[in-house]
Design a protein around this ligand. Sequence first.
Ligand SMILES: Nc1ncnc2c1ncn2[C@@H]1O[C@H](COP(=O)(O)OP(=O)(O)O)[C@@H](O)[C@H]1O
Ligand SMILES: [Mg+2]
Length: 221
Amino acid sequence: MASIIALANNKGGTGKTTTALNLAAGLARDDHRVLLIDADDQSGTATDWRNVRPDHAPGFELVAMRAPTLHVELPALLERSQYSHVVIDCPPGGPNSGGKMTRSALWVAQLVIIPVAPSGPDFWASDPMIQMLDELAIGRPTPVVSRLLINRKTANTRLGREARSAAGDMLALPVLKTEITQRASIAEAITRGLTIFEFDSGGLAALEYQDLTQEVLACLS
Ligand SMILES: Nc1ncnc2c1ncn2[C@@H]1O[C@H](COP(=O)(O)OP(=O)(O)O)[C@@H](O)[C@H]1O
Ligand SMILES: [Mg+2]
């Protein structure tokens, strides 16, 4: 059965979709058979991204599954297919505000990645996510691995340097070693319907997503 990775955070704008797209592309470049699920029932950004793509063929499959029955539909789909990895792009919304879709996705994920921007208010706003993970741990047959991802790091600022320990302390979750820097190329690639590997394959952002891909694979092994 495929490995399932969910990108989740109750807070919007933290980089779930951006990470999901570039991670799916990184895995596909590494010769994995990847399915990206657009589970964002609010904005559907990943599907919009595909629709502005020049060629509609990002190297991985993308389907929308926006009903909170994903935990039933996805395993059934995977039984009939050959995917090695599934990346789920969750919508925003916490336990008290429409988090049903995220709960459904988290139920079947082996690895949950929670992107957070390196600032106190962003860490505090992600707290409901931790509550959802705690609730999920009760009754799940297998444990889920949860990791924070520092995204939109601003290089050479104290906040940037201290983000890792602050995030880990405030949200009490392990933080991925790879950090994704705030870079115009990342936003520009998405706006043009491209992955970072297509838009700027030799750039530093592509290297960071390549590192992230390898670290994710290590978390799953
Ligand atoms: N590392 C980054 N550098 C620059 N822009 C980023 C980065 N990560 C995300 N963004 C931008 O921030 C905005 C929100 O990101 P998005 O992935 O859509 O968040 P979410 O899916 O969590 O709501 C988008 O415009 C995206 O291009
Ligand atoms: Mg999104």
